[in-house]
Design a protein around this ligand. Sequence first.
Ligand code: MG
Length: 204
Amino acid sequence: MKCICIGRNYAGHARELGNPLPTQPVVFLKPSTACLAPGQPFRIPAFAPDVHYECELVYRVGCRATQVSEAEAWNVLDGVGLGLDFTARTLQEQLKQKGLPWEISKAFDGSAVVSEFLPLGTFPDHGHLRYEFRQNGTLRQVGETHDLIFPVPYLVAFVSRYFTLEPGDVLFTGTPEGVGPVAPTDELTAQLEGHDLLRVHVAG
Ligand code: MG
């Protein structure tokens, strides 16, 4: 299983990090070893004291597929949930400045949190989903899927040109503005249309 992640898919977040708006999706991968086991605390790695949360809408792949058209995209997905794309921000900035790949800042152990998934049919219109992320009860991020620069069917078609999708793969669709650092003992929670899907404790 792999995490296929999209960067800079909300204009507000691209602006807050000083990045130009992309003309095609920015894509990176996290391996299965990046996934935090359910119920486990997130441990801030020693190499990166400034880990940022990035809450994202996540879709799960239901079948093996390649070269998927936008019209077929929803047929290869079987669930929707929320995730956290933990990012070692200073390290990422250093890598970006050198033009190097981001992986060690994005795909380290525990850097991918994925909630339980709800059936796609839970929601009648995936073009208008709202999700909220809170840090210790304080609202930090609000995502609205109509703000996505590249909508989900476009993303599925784009990434499946390059990567075969397999059952259990997950697609992180990008984070809205409001990212920030996590601290030891933080309680991180997120809701999708009122469903409490995600809760992560940051180890002290
Ligand atoms: Mg992200």
